[in-house]
Design a binder for this molecule. Structure first.
Ligand SMILES: C[S@@+](CC[C@H](N)C(=O)[O-])C[C@H]1O[C@@H](n2cnc3c(N)ncnc32)[C@H](O)[C@@H]1O
Length: 329
């Protein structure tokens, strides 16, 4: 299991040191107006090691937290980290497109504020036996929820060349997708590709020398496999509308995305909900056509230079935020 690398139990102080929550103050600032009332409900849709959640619970003493994660190791660590707030905390093991059901199961019919901090956690990346990192040799698992689903090794063993090429292109935006797919098919005819070290070797060998100087050859393929294993984009595409659907008027949402595919999807959903649905040419906007959300930041906000310099995760973050201004019709 993943947390073995931390010794007999999770070392909470150590976790705090290695993982600094990204754009924490900005997230609090943007969501605070929705959380000032006593008993306000905050949903952390990507609890991880509970870094953001801990800060929200400290900042708002009457806050109720519903924390979601599909990774049981993350939930175990967060539960321990947040133990001193136990009477205000409900943690739910779920994929985040089940956000509405999770909030209902915690006894609430709405969420005042919601945070998504997308992607993998430092825990998942750093614990070698999860197989997420191309820099460490490990079994090619890559499931965020290790209790269910297909592993990266299964995909490499069963997908045809066309499907491998498609996921490397679509989810990795990898220019050498075809070449890598061919190399994998040839290599697996010799022996199954079960470890990240072997996959890295195959990819490096298949990469022309000139391309080796533009970043690690395995980076985009690993990202693509992770997205495919966890169905990340399909889940997010369902999760954002589901999250918007449980915000009352005045409710707020912040999403932190770390790669352009996810950010594009969030941008599209936010744009759709903050646009008027009036048919063009109508002289007066009818109430049922007014936008239900307003955007709280212009475009996507990046982390400030000082945070980018000290927290590697912050270098690629794009923050988007919105507030419900109209009830659903
Ligand atoms: C970047 S980490 C969150 C870190 C957290 N904000 C903190 O400060 O500790 C993302 C977490 O979201 C979880 N996650 C990713 N995709 C998910 C999904 N579709 N459903 C539920 N949890 C998901 C991962 O397992 C991981 O623990």
């Amino acid at each position: 299991m993943g947390i073995r690398a931390w010794g007999p139990g999770p070392d909470i102080m150590n976790l705090r040191d290695i993982h600094t929550p990204v754009l924490l103050d900005r997230c609090i600032e943007l969501l605070a107006p929705a959380l000032e009332r006593d008993g306000a409900v905050f949903v952390d849709a990507t609890l991880g090691m509970g870094g953001h959640s801990e800060a929200f619970l400290e900042r708002f003493p009457a806050l109720r937290l519903v924390g979601l994660d599909r990774d049981q190791d993350a939930l175990r660590i967060a539960r321990e980290r947040l133990a001193r707030f136990a009477d205000r905390v409900t943690l739910v093991h779920t994929v985040y497109d089940g956000i509405a059901e999770a909030v209902a199961s915690a006894g609430f019919d709405a969420a005042d504020a919601i945070l998504f901090d997308l992607g993998v956690s430092s825990l998942q990346l750093d614990v070698a036996d999860r197989g997420f990192a191309y820099s460490q040799d490990a079994p090619l698992d890559m499931r965020m929820d290790q209790s269910t689903g297909t592993t990266a090794a299964d995909i490499l063993a069963t997908y045809g060349e066309g499907d491998l090429r498609r996921i490397f292109e679509r989810y990795g935006e990898e220019k050498l997708a075809g070449r890598y797919a061919r190399a994998i098919i040839a290599a697996r005819a010799q022996a199954p590709i079960e470890r990240s070290g072997r996959l890295v070797d195959i990819l490096v060998t298949a990469t022309p020398y000139a391309a080796q100087r533009t970043g690690h050859p395995a980076k985009r393929v690993f990202q693509a496999l992770r997205i495919e294993v966890n169905r990340e984009l399909a889940v997010l595409e369902r999760a954002i509308p589901a999250a918007l659907g449980i915000l009352p008027v005045g409710g707020r949402i912040v999403v932190l995305a770390y790669q352009s595919l996810e950010d594009r999807l969030v941008k599209r959903e936010f744009a759709r909900s903050s646009a008027s649905t009036a048919p063009s040419g109508l002289p007066v906007e009818l109430p049922e056509h007014t936008p239900r959300f307003r955007l709280l930041v212009k475009g996507a906000e990046l982390a400030p230079d000082d945070e980018r310099a000290t927290n590697p995760r912050a270098t690629s973050v794009r923050l988007r935020a919105a507030e419900r201004v109209e009830a659903a019709v």
